[in-house]
Design a protein around this ligand. Sequence first.
Ligand SMILES: [Zn+2]
Ligand SMILES: [Zn+2]
Length: 137
Amino acid sequence: MPTTRTTDLHTGGCLCGTVRFSVSGEPTGGNHCHCGMCRKDSGSGVSTFVTFPTATLKWDGKPAEFESSPNRFRGFCPKCGSSLTWRHGDYNDFLDFRLGSFDDPTPFKAKKHLWMSTALPSFAEIDPDIEHIDQSS
Ligand SMILES: [Zn+2]
Ligand SMILES: [Zn+2]
């Protein structure tokens, strides 16, 4: 039986606690990104994001942002440097959060592998049961 979790509050933040956030409801998407910029940003072989509408988003402390390509912004803690978010400047109704920034990431699932064209097979566990996309969605 499917469970409805629409009132669930999800909290998260950076490593040092300077930036905290909360969002409610269900994520509208989730992906493992294998692009080279996420590798540089995270220092890891693959980056996992979950997408939430910004309607319920509350910040306690604001991330700094880096424009990693035109109109694409990566949010991070200005004190400890934790990478937190990714957004496209034209779609401000949604924000991608790094999975690991949530206090409890266990409810979330990725639905796609993005940028398979640049994936590192030896560092990326590819889930055969979800969609594979050569570049972004
Ligand atoms: Zn921090
Ligand atoms: Zn990426």
